[in-house]
Design a protein around this ligand. Structure first.
Ligand SMILES: [Mg+2]
Length: 131
């Protein structure tokens, strides 16, 4: 069980970042899927995709990260998934709001280099996983 490849679903409207993080996580032993909008997130989840981890941006056109969290929670769509925020919004109010949705972690993009993002996600995931 400890050798299971973690499935990470990376959500960001910035295609450059999405691509860069996807490559980084793939190279580090994660199974990667990605989405650049809330609609895409919800359609993939509703089609049956159940990631172990969702990395969620906040500022996006259309649904923002909090609206996505709300939709996921309301429908109990990802009961066994850890959500980690990956955003440039560093205000305490945003961090508290994310926590109130039961998210597992909060990473600020601008101050965390990609390899640190991978390590931080791995650390948070291992800390909270139950199986
Ligand atoms: Mg964004």
């Amino acid at each position: 069980m400890e050798n299971k490849t973690p499935k990470v679903f990376i959500v960001d409207d910035d295609k450059f970042l999405l691509n860069m993080y996807s490559i980084k996580f793939s190279k580090n032993g994660f199974e990667v899927n990605s989405a650049s909008s809330g609609d895409e997130v919800l359609s993939k989840i509703k089609a049956g995709y159940q990631p172990d981890i969702i990395l969620l941006d906040i500022v996006m056109p259309g649904m923002d990260g909090f609206e996505i969290l709300e939709a996921l929670k309301k429908g109990n769509l990802v009961p066994n998934t850890q959500v980690i925020m990956l955003t440039n919004q560093g205000q305490l109010s945003d961090i508290e709001k994310a926590k109130s949705f039961g998210t597992s972690g909060y990473i600020i993009k601008a101050t965390t280099i990609p390899s640190e993002v991978v390590e931080e996600v791995r650390r948070i995931y291992n800390l909270h996983k139950t199986i």
